[in-house]
Design a protein around this ligand. Structure first.
Ligand code: ATP
Ligand code: MG
Length: 387
């Protein structure tokens, strides 16, 4: 008897005529996630089936991280004779381990001699006769035994696990993620990817104040994230000239605010060039001076692009827990300096005013420098070497 993992789509079903594209993208992502494990992936209009001789925990844990999967079930494929269906249902029921149960049937093969109700009753009776302590509960069963009767065969499953949800990666479009070497932005990237939003990264470097090691850190962080998105483009912006100009003109309290406004100007232009529909960052409201709501207003004012901040309401400890779980934490705490930490002012303003920002910026001839940053950004493909 063939068996494996049945993939349920969930939210996908609302997507009407895009459905085919979504399923195709998801099947591709599933193949990528299961790389190295022996399996065969097949899809139809309602499910994706991953056939495996044995289902290792490793396969389940990898699939639990794939966006666009609503639930996973362990399924069996059997012939359409009653004996086979009964035996398989009994096996699936036992595997799930609940005491109370309900059998639910759906038939796409309407020529099957029993209708759904009769088939469920028959199989339910068989389980009751064979498992002494079992009983039927049609309202809140511990185990739902499901039977799908299709033209070529029947599928039977019971054990079901809730999965990541969201949409297949890439089908929601792409955002430009501002990624530093810190703890937050990789976790924010993960949150986007988990939802199905693809990313390109933009990193601001200030050589020689920042080292090559700082860029390697970002590359390594994105390398971890290629588990969720096979290839990630990283655009490294040389920010030195502009940053020095800012620190010359802005003065201590406003330096960070102006710097962030410049970052967003550059990111927006690059996003436009690369077809990214929004920007994203690892900011969390209130975490530091530049992340107060007043700061966000002043910084955000330079762009009309949406900025997605997945960690907006996260406590740092929650973020650290996720960073440890996904394996970015140890990379993030490597000591190399980031362009922000090198020029950290002693007394950053916590309630910056937009008109003051604009006055300061008039003194910096920033337009050409911003454009130069965009045009000289170096693009690195992370995860590009493997096919
Ligand atoms: P992180 O841990 O992500 O660095 P943080 O708590 O240290 O975040 P900040 O350094 O204030 O916070 O940065 C806030 C956000 O701005 C970051 O999450 C990131 O999205 C963006 N950012 C900061 N520095 C850079 C940089 N050098 N290049 C690209 N984006 C950056
Ligand atoms: Mg930082």
């Amino acid at each position: 008897m063939k068996k494996g993992i049945l993939i349920h789509f969930g939210e996908l079903s609302t997507k009407g005529k895009n459905r085919e594209n979504f399923i195709e993208a998801l099947a591709k992502n599933i193949n990528h996630a299961l790389k190295g494990l022996s399996c065969e992936v097949k899809r139809d209009h309602d499910h994706i089936r991953v056939y495996m001789d044995e289902v290792p925990d490793e396969a389940l844990s990898r699939l639990l991280e794939v966006s666009g999967i609503n639930r996973l079930s362990l399924f069996y494929e059997c012939g359409k004779d009653m004996d086979a269906i009964r035996e398989t249902a009994l096996l699936a029921y036992r595997e799930d381990g609940g005491k109370t149960f309900k059998v639910e049937t759906s038939r796409s093969d309407k020529s099957f001699p029993l209708d759904s109700y009769a088939l469920s009753r028959d199989v339910g009776g068989y389980i009751l006769r064979n498992v002494k302590e079992s009983s039927v509960d049609v309202h809140e069963p511990e185990t739902r035994v499901r039977i799908l009767v299709t033209r070529p065969c029947a599928y039977v499953y019971a054990k079901t696990i809730r999965a990541a949800g969201g949409y297949p990666l890439g089908t929601l479009g792409k955002v430009l993620m501002l990624i530093s070497g810190g703890i937050d932005s990789p976790v924010a990237s993960y949150a986007l990817l988990k939802r199905g939003i693809a990313i390109e990264g933009i990193h601001f470097a200030a050589p020689p104040y920042t080292s090559e090691e700082a860029i390697n850190k970002v590359k390594d962080l994105l390398g971890v994230l290629t588990r969720y998105q096979r290839k990630i483009k990283l655009h490294v912006v040389n920010f030195t000239k502009l940053q020095l100009a800012i620190y010359k003109e802005a003065g201590d309290p406003y330096a960070i605010t102006i710097m962030r406004r410049m970052m967003l100007r550059i990111a927006e232009r690059l996003a436009k060039e690369k077809g990214c529909l929004a920007l994203a960052s690892g900011e969390s409201v209130g975490q530091v001076a530049s992340q107060t709501l007043q700061s966000m207003v002043a910084i955000n004012a330079v762009t009309s692009y949406p900025i997605i901040r997945p960690l907006a309401t996260f406590d740092k400890n929650e973020t650290i827990d996720i960073a440890k779980k996904i394996g970015t934490y140890d990379i993030s705490i490597r000591p190399y300096e980031d362009c922000c930490t090198i020029f950290t002012p002693r007394h950053p303003v916590t309630r910056p005013k937009i008109d003051i920002c604009e006055d300061i910026e008039k003194k910096i001839d920033f337009e050409a420098m911003v454009e130069e940053c965009v045009q000289t950004a170096e693009t690195i493909l992370i995860g590009g070497e493997e096919e």
